[in-house]
Each structure stands twice: as structure tokens, then as C-alpha cells.
Design a protein around this ligand. Structure first.
Ligand code: FAD
Length: 456
């Protein structure tokens, strides 16, 4: 067996793994990434980037159909799926090339192959052993399904949904979380009849209740059907259709079913437990610094329980590389990581939901909901929605929750306000440019500070 030495060996070259590699190389370490597929992982090839490219195409389709409302003549002729696919693939290919160039420029060695963890610590790939002073495990996640529902044929996971050669006329989406909501929105924009089925009572159930309710209303206006609080009891599929039976015996027939009930950590068969790494329901157990139970083995990204988001993976990767280098990076709690759902309308949030804040602080919590109807830029864009701010009475803002087209761009400010524990009074002297949607957040903060401008 050939043995290779490096300061850091990274198992998995997705968001979490490549961020750890880039930062470690920047800090002077020799780094090897072991990747069995393509650098960039789920986010770049099957997740964030291709879905957002398609959602942008959906936005163009919606704008084309609605062009007459703003006095522009345009004719909607439909979707050219091969051209749409080429557009999506070109974006991904360009970003992939850029990432490969960056990794090479930082002097990082990429080993192509499936690795397993060994004591040492080390990563084995076939007959090669890559021994590191430290190893970062970043193997990501895969589509979860429900017992009795197998992905295949007309039953799709998000990977298959991305690759569809046509837009289904009728599509059912099982799961009203982020991935389900984004595909529902996309398919509706591209002309499909869509039904979202969610076992819990609201869409985006992990978010503040106001988000799910506002989004549900917006979806209804767009003609997207939502069946909430109703679990699925059985799914059958043949060559022509999928039939979804609900717990109340109602049936939904569709051309395709997207299963979007969450993603499981990809930790099986990697030798993790034999190497001393602890697992809990498949997730790697880590301490606050992302150290596993095995000496000098760290874990980042979707295999660590918490919000499965690319930027959380980036952040964890950077933080691990800095800790290995003896630095003390600022710890950012999961609640302070911004969350965006890129549907139409978008949903964005950071910090605690009102329910979570009340569970922690009881009556010492107050909230303000600003309706985007009062915001000039939102009126111009023709979008409806809300900005809700949750604050500690006489204290800092602990949560910000928004629905409306483009609100994802506003969450960066929200993140700083919550992360820096700003009081509304700290922020209100800094007025927002007019007319922008960011004024909506400003108005909510002004109201909470007791000095409303355009509200009562
Ligand atoms: C449809 C969809 C849309 C999404 N949209 C967004 C979004 O808009 N914004 C956002 O923040 N997040 C989004 N996500 C989530 C995001 O993609 C993940 O949180 C992120 O990719 C996790 O990064 P990671 O490094 O943990 O894992 P991954 O990106 O999954 O990378 C893991 C890598 O490890 C490799 N690997 C696994 N096992 C081995 C092995 N044994 N040997 C070698 N290599 C191995 C894999 O091939 C893969 O490249 C989306 C996900 C999906 C599915």
C-alpha cells in the first residue's frame, strides 16, 4: 500500500469539505481532498446552483406571462426544455471550472475515488493511504424517502426532478419543506398543475408560523394546491401515473411525484465507527468545535445535525481549518445562520421564531409585522408579503422572518442585526435607501423602537 502524508486530508469535496481545504491551504497547510464524484458536491451539481438557475427561468416565465400588467407586449409560447437544460448546465459547468481552478491555485491535491476513514487518522482510497495530521469528514447527505415509497420511474428525488426531460402536466410534491416548496414554485411557473402535500399544518414548518401561512396564501393565488396536516398513507405508480393516497382516504393522481421529506447524512460504509467516530441516528456526533470522538478527526456540513445549508458547510469548514491552525474563530450558533427558500415569493429568516423566543423568554418578547403592501418597491414589483421582527422587550432583536419576492437579499442585514444582538433603536438612525424593499425591514424596526414612520 502506498502511504501519502499531508497536514490535512478532507473526505468529500462539497461545500463543507472544499471550504475547509481552501482555508487550511491559505493558512499554510498541505491539503488533500478525496472526492468520489465532482468537486463542489450537492450544492453545485444537484442542489443550490442548478435549482436557482431553474427558478430564475421560472421568474422570467412568470414575468413574460404578466408583462401586459406593466404595459409591455410579450407573448408566452412555453418552455424550451433542452434550452433550459443547456442554460442550467452552462451555469454549473462555469462554476465547477472556477472552483477547480481555485483549488489548483491554492496547491490542493485532489484524489478522485471513494474513501474510507482509517485510524491514524487517514483516508484509504483503494491501495492508497492518505495520512493527515488531521482529517475532516464532509461526505454530505442524500434524499430520504418514506417506508414503502421507492424513488424510481415517476417517483422522483430532487436529483431526478432536476433532470426531467419535460415539464409534467400534473405533479405532486410530498413534503412542504424548502426543497418541496422550491420545486412546487418552479413547476407552477413553468406551467404545471401542482399539489403540495405536507403532514404538518403549515408549509415550511420549521419556520415562523407567519411564513408558512403567508406563503400558502401566495401559493393559492398562483394556483398551487396545498394539502396540509395530512400524512400520506400509500403511493402507487405505473407507467402512466402516480396515485398518492392520503390518511383521510383522498387520492391525488399526478404524472410525477417528487419526494422531498428531507435528507439523510451520508455516513454509512465509511468506516467511521471503527475509526472511533460516534454517530447518532446517522449524524456524526461533534463537540462545539466540530471535533468528533476520534482524535484529530473533524466533521462539517450536512453530516452534522442542524440546518443542511451550503453556507453553514462553508462556515464550518472555515472554522475547523482555523481551529486546526490554532486560531479561535467566533462560533456562530445554528440559529444565526440565514435561511432562504427561493420560491416565488421567497421566504427568508434568521434567529428565533416567535414561538421559540416565547418558549425561552415568555412574555418578555414582542413582535411587529410590517405588510409589504406599504412598501413602494414591492408594489412596483407586484409582490405581497410581510416582514416580521421578534425582539426582546427593551432588548435585542432575536428573530427576523420575511416573505415576498426578493426578500432573500434582505436577510444579510437581518443576520447582522440578530448576530450582533442589535436593539431596533441601534439600527433605526440608519435609514434605508428609498425606494427599496429593505425599507420594509427599516419600517418594522422603527415601529418596534416606538418611532414608526409610514405606519401607525
Ligand atoms: C435540491 C437541493 C437544493 C438545495 N438548495 C440549497 C440552497 O439554495 N442553499 C443552500 O444553502 N443549500 C441548499 N441545499 C443544501 C446544500 O446543497 C447542502 O447543504 C450542501 O451541499 C452540504 O454540503 P456538504 O459539504 O455537507 O455535502 P455535499 O455538498 O453533499 O458534498 C459531499 C461530497 O462528498 C463526496 N463523498 C461522499 N462520500 C464520499 C466518499 N466515501 N469518498 C469520497 N467522496 C465522497 C460526495 O461525492 C460529495 O461531493 C440544497 C440541496 C438540494 C438537494
Amino acid at each position: 500500500m502506498a502511504v501519502h502524508e499531508a497536514d490535512l486530508v478532507v473526505l468529500g469535496g462539497g461545500s463543507g469539505g472544499y471550504a475547509a481545504a481552501l482555508r487550511a491551504a491559505e493558512l499554510g497547510s498541505s491539503v488533500v481532498i478525496v472526492e468520489k464524484d465532482k468537486l463542489g458536491g450537492t450544492c453545485l451539481h444537484r442542489g443550490c446552483v442548478p435549482t436557482k438557475a431553474l427558478l430564475h427561468a421560472g421568474e422570467v416565465a412568470d414575468n413574460t406571462r404578466d408583462a401586459a400588467a406593466v404595459g409591455v407586449r410579450a407573448t408566452w409560447e412555453g418552455v424550451d426544455v433542452p434550452a433550459l437544460t443547456a442554460y442550467r448546465e452552462a451555469i454549473v459547468a462555469k462554476k465547477h471550472k472556477g472552483l477547480q481552478g481555485l483549488i489548483a491555485a491554492r496547491g490542493i491535491t485532489v484524489v478522485h475515488g471513494a474513501g474510507t476513514l482509517e485510524q491514524g487518522p487517514a483516508v484509504r482510497v483503494g491501495d492508497d493511504l492518505y495520512r493527515g495530521r488531521d482529517v475532516v469528514v464532509a461526505t454530505g447527505s442524500y434524499t430520504r424517502t418514506l417506508p414503502g415509497i421507492d424513488i424510481g420511474g415517476r417517483i422522483l428525488g430532487s436529483e431526478q426532478a432536476l433532470e426531467l426531460p419535460e415539464i409534467p402536466a400534473h405533479v405532486a410534491v410530498l413534503g412542504g419543506g424548502v426543497i418541496g416548496v422550491e420545486f412546487a414554485s418552479l413547476w407552477r411557473s413553468l406551467g404545471a398543475d401542482v399539489t403540495v402535500i405536507e403532514a404538518l399544518p403549515t408549509l415550511l414548518p420549521a419556520d415562523d408560523e407567519v411564513i408558512g401561512k403567508t406563503l400558502e396564501r401566495a401559493f393559492r393565488r398562483r394556483g398551487i394546491r396545498t394539502v396540509l396536516g395530512t400524512p400520506v398513507s400509500a403511493v402507487t405508480a405505473d407507467e402512466d401515473r402516480v396515485v398518492v393516497r392520503l390518511a383521510d382516504d383522498a387520492e391525488i393522481t399526478a404524472d410525477a411525484l417528487l419526494v422531498a421529506v428531507g435528507r439523510a447524512p451520508a455516513t454509512d460504509g465509511l468506516g467511521l465507527e471503527a475509526a472511533g467516530v460516534g454517530l447518532d441516528r446517522g449524524f456524526v456526533v461533534v463537540d462545539d468545535d466540530l471535533r468528533t470522538a476520534a482524535d484529530h478527526v473533524w466533521a462539517v456540513g450536512d453530516i452534522v445535525a442542524g440546518p443542511q445549508l451550503a453556507h453553514r458547510g462553508f462556515q464550518q469548514g472555515i472554522q475547523v481549518a482555523e481551529r486546526i491552525a490554532g486560531r479561535r474563530p467566533v462560533r456562530v450558533p445554528d440559529a444565526h445562520i440565514p435561511r432562504v427558500t427561493y420560491s416565488s415569493p421567497e421566504a427568508a429568516s434568521v434567529g428565533l421564531t416567535e414561538a421559540a423566543a416565547r418558549a425561552l423568554h415568555g412574555d418578555a418578547i414582542t413582535t411587529y409585522e410590517y405588510n409589504l403592501a406599504g412598501n413602494a418597491k414591492s408594489e412596483i414589483l407586484g409582490t405581497a408579503g410581510i416582514v416580521k421582527v421578534v425582539r426582546h422587550v427593551d432588548g435585542p432583536v432575536v428573530g427576523i422572518h420575511m416573505v415576498g419576492d426578493r426578500v432573500g437579499e434582505l436577510i444579510a442585514e437581518g443576520q447582522l442585526i440578530v448576530g450582533w444582538e442589535a436593539h431596533p433603536e441601534d439600527v433605526t438612525p440608519f435609514l434605508h435607501a428609498h425606494p427599496t424593499q429593505s425599507e420594509a425591514l427599516g419600517e418594522a424596526l422603527l415601529a418596534l423602537a416606538g418611532s414608526p414612520l409610514h405606519t401607525l
